[in-house]
Ligand binder design. Structure first.
Ligand code: ZN
Ligand code: FE
Length: 258
């Protein structure tokens, strides 16, 4: 049984992801910023919502959940135990390393603080013909990373290192279409990176055609995302720092003002 993963563009640049088992008539949703498009999709597909996965408490990630729960009151809501106050409707409180099952696929929970102090990522390891999938909210973006609202550079660095260590063919389902702007910044700090230049060309073509750039892949991120390249001499030189955490902090500081 293959899970179908559907990307619903909502608000200005958010993506809501639906994971559907159409044969079984069940589905899950990641970070429903709003409810209406999710309800429309699930009803058209004839699927019942069984699980809402929350990566973090920001309103553009949890905003639609109460309304989804009105429509499917038995749906579980997965969220960080350490964010119980800010995601009060959670029914399954998760911690780093938890392993669960989602629509017949195993899921691993990673606590990846930095953007917020209780940010989660969900990893579906490869199984059978299906490749690995990562739902990482606002921690890792295609070509960039989330702003440091609540964590330290050291926390964000180790969070990003854990995600970068996933298998290269892991698809990266990040929560915003920020890729083009992220790559403009990347080129400004890593201009001699050929993989990055190729990616910029490819992404420009996708965007010109109105196509999403998400999902990305971990191997592409490792090769082109400056926030995953804090140990490379080119970025150490460009940031004037040796320590990779200091490189990350300087990259983040410059990106905030870019
Ligand atoms: Zn956020
Ligand atoms: Fe967000």
């Amino acid at each position: 049984m293959a899970l179908e993963i559907v990307r619903l563009p909502v608000l200005r640049d958010n993506y809501v992801f639906v994971l559907a088992d159409r044969d079984g008539g069940q589905a899950a949703v990641v970070d429903p910023a709003v409810a209406a498009p999710v309800i429309d999709w699930l009803e058209a597909a004839g699927c019942e919502l069984t699980v809402v996965l929350q990566t973090h408490h920001h309103s553009d990630h949890i905003g639609g959940t109460p309304e989804l729960l009105q429509r499917w009151p038995r749906a579980e809501v997965w969220a960080a135990a350490s964010d119980r106050e800010r995601i009060p409707f959670q029914t399954r409180s998760l911690a780093d390393g938890d392993r669960l099952e989602l629509l017949g696929r195993p899921v691993e929970v990673l606590l990846v603080p930095g953007h917020t102090r209780a940010h989660l990522a969900y990893v579906l390891p490869a199984s059978g013909d299906a490749g690995p999938e990562l739902f990482c909210g606002d921690t890792l973006f295609a070509g960039g990373c989330g702003r440091l609202f609540e964590g330290t550079p050291a926390q964000l660095f180790s969070s990003l290192e854990r995600l970068a260590a996933l298998p290269g063919d892991t698809r990266v389902w990040c929560a915003h279409e920020y890729t083009e702007a992220n790559l403009r910044f990347a080129a400004s700090v890593d201009p001699a990176n050929n993989d990055l230049q190729q990616r910029i060309t490819a992404v420009a073509a996708l965007r010109a055609a109105g196509t999403a750039t998400v999902p990305s892949r971990i191997d592409l991120e490792r090769a082109t995302n400056p926030f995953l390249r804090c140990r490379t001499p080119a970025l150490q030189r460009a940031m004037g720092q040796q320590d990779p955490v200091a490189v990350l902090a300087e990259l983040r500081r410059r990106k905030d003002g870019f």
